[in-house]
Design a protein around this ligand. Sequence first.
Ligand code: CDV
Length: 309
Amino acid sequence: MSRIVTVGAAQMGAIQRAHSRREVVARMVELMREAASHRCDLVVFPELTLTTFFPRWWMESQEEIDSFYEREMPSNETAPLFNEAARLGIGFSLGYAELTPEGRRFNTAILVNKSAQIVGKYRKIHLPGHAGHEPWRAFQHLEKRYFEVGDLSWGVWNALNGHMGMMICNDRRWPESYRVMGLQSVEMILLGYNTPRHNPPAPDHDRLSEFHNQLVMQAGAYQNGTWVVGVAKCGVEEGCEMIGGSSIIAPTGEVIGQALTQEDELVVARCDLDLTKSYKATIFNFDMHRQPDHYRRIVEQRGAVAPQG
Ligand code: CDV
């Protein structure tokens, strides 16, 4: 028996500030139509797909800040994407900046089923960067200013014939993100990212940007016996270069599909969700082999280890 989900990783090239949502959605619809021609069940779009990566700017005008957020989903501008997805019978996940009716702000991703209904929502928990203006940087990374830490934990949804989970960008560097979903038997993690090549506080990491991206996604997939679909927004956006490398990764830890450009590009793979089974049943059988009591005891006995230097 196999349970095949054909996935399209819909990498997006740069989105400049002058690009309207209407233009961006038209590009997304184009990728979705291409996915339909490959008989995809699911299309995965990046983090904050609908606008440029605005946390790179210190902004003080509330009106200017608000212009990057979505107050409703779908909205007039995003409805064409939902309508086309329903017409084609394709599910999708989408990242965007969410402004709730109560005025709360989150870096959010949704999972949409083949009937264009939103069936899952995740709000980013690991917000990188800083909250105050740091003019010495070539560009800011103000996620801690523009978003609250997500309040929904990492859910796993029965959708599209499998157990689907989501995380957002920096979450992929933290093993806990995968493990919380691994403990809920996740079979496929959908993940969008915006990763500048240059890391202002640690420029010596720059040459390793792609390596670290692959390292964490491949390890997370293998150690939790799950598929990982990692999708970039990339290219040179407002003078800031962001890495591509969108990848579809099997529970073996192997990359089975990868983007070659830094532009809009669809990577397609037929993913057998049953491939997760032998990992979940043997080497990473959590019930048999994990030792949560032991981990807790060690941390309690030793306490937190102070950082050096
Ligand atoms: N959007 C992100 O979360 N970007 C971070 C960068 C700032 C390190 C990332 O982990 O890719």
